[in-house]
Design a protein around this ligand. Structure first.
Ligand SMILES: [Zn+2]
Length: 381
């Protein structure tokens, strides 16, 4: 679903507390210049959430169920961070806002909010980087080749479990007679053939829509778009890596990300192609509306990318065809490389919701999407 703008970022998020009676207190927060990070210390264990907001860039770290106990505090910084503000945001949430100076941006792939010792959380400020100069394709910023660098928010530290040391008796279950199977059935969904590309030659940027406080569409039975798309996107990325492509994901966890940072990631990674993955929605009173649709904007190569993904998807999934179309969606309009936006069916559709809720179908969707991207890269029709 594409009405991101309907969701006002970071405003009164609905947070559910397991035990509201035991509020934590923000004991202190300080800047560690050696590590270039903020250290947040509370008296009870909490689980912060991080949200990146664009224009101007600021990173918001919410400490749920935490009392600040004083009026707003502002502290100014050198280098890229302009100011850090801390205040009681709602009656139960303390909010830290990290604002960057003009000429600097926050690299979403470098955002890291990680637990330290005790009730300490560390916010790594190395995510604040100079704004790329014009002609971003020449700016070589470090982007993890695995795309596995967005690490916020992490669950609180739980003590490691001791290894299970109970010795197991040897398994002597009699085996049924083995019936030889055709080799293709040994790999799930192997009917969806994944071609390979030369190792490392192409960079595919995969953009899982929504995330964090922005659930995207919420469909029948409360299925959330952000959950469906991160599952499929992660699988798409793995298939592409297995087939030789370099992959950068705009998000790998449940973090909220505005649109421009998604574009920035694609440009910095110098992506060969950009593929945004969504699930669609219309009114819950329209379960009759179902089908896959794929969008491009402007370029002939973008259209070919959308066509190739769309065809692979239709070949693999029994779903209605809502066609490939041109649309002025931000992420496919602002990216400089061929770009496509896939809407994998309607979460509000009676037929599609069954497909999207089924983990096995989602695996097929992921494999089909990867196949379409690989076919495009191989210049296949
Ligand atoms: Zn969407």
């Amino acid at each position: 679903m594409l009405n991101w703008r309907n969701l006002i970022l970071g405003l009164t998020p609905l947070l559910i507390y397991a035990s509201p009676a035991e509020a934590a207190k923000l004991e202190k927060w300080n800047f560690d210049a050696d590590q270039n990070r903020l250290e947040i210390t509370t008296d009870e264990a909490i689980k912060p959430t991080a949200v990146l907001i664009y224009n101007p860039y600021r990173l918001i770290v919410d400490l749920p169920n935490t009392q600040f106990g004083k009026p707003i505090v502002r502290r100014n910084f050198n280098q890229g961070v302009k100011q850090v503000r801390v205040a009681q945001f709602t009656s139960t949430t303390t909010r830290m806002v990290i604002e960057v100076k003009p000429g600097f941006v926050i690299d979403p792939t470098k955002i890291s909010v990680l637990p330290g010792n005790g009730n300490v959380w560390n916010v790594d400020l190395n995510c604040v980087v100079p704004l790329p100069k014009a002609g971003v394709s020449t700016v070589a910023l470090e982007v993890d080749s695995n795309g596995q660098v967005v690490t916020a928010p992490k669950p609180p530290v739980t003590p490691p479990k001791p290894p299970v040391t109970t010795p197991k008796p040897p398994v002597t279950v009699p085996q049924p007679p083995v019936t030889p199977k055709p080799p293709t059935s040994s790999v799930p969904n192997s009917d969806i053939v994944l071609p390979t590309v030369p190792a490392g030659r192409y960079t595919v940027v995969i953009d899982p829509g929504h995330g964090g406080f922005d659930p995207g569409a919420v469909g029948i039975a409360g299925v959330r778009e952000k959950d469906v798309v991160i599952d499929v996107s992660t699988r798409v990325a793995q298939h592409l890596r297995d087939s030789g492509a370099r992959v950068v994901m705009t998000r790998t966890t449940d973090i909220e990300l505005d649109l421009q940072p998604r574009v920035d990631i694609a440009e910095r990674a110098r992506g060969t192609v950009f593929v945004s993955i969504h699930a669609n929605a219309i009114s819950l009173s329209r379960p009759d509306v179902n089908g896959v649709e794929t969008f491009y904007y402007g370029s002939a190569n973008g259209k070919r990318l959308a066509d190739t993904i769309h065809r692979s998807f239709l070949n693999a999934i029994n779903i209605d065809d809502r066609r490939v179309r041109e649309a002025r969606f931000y992420v496919i309009r602002q990216t400089s490389m061929p770009a496509a936006l896939l809407e994998m069916g309607f979460l509000t559709g009676a037929k599609d919701t069954l497909l999207l809720r089924n983990p096995e179908t989602r695996k097929r969707m992921a494999r089909a999407t990867a196949q379409g991207i690989l076919r495009y890269l191989r210049n296949e029709r």
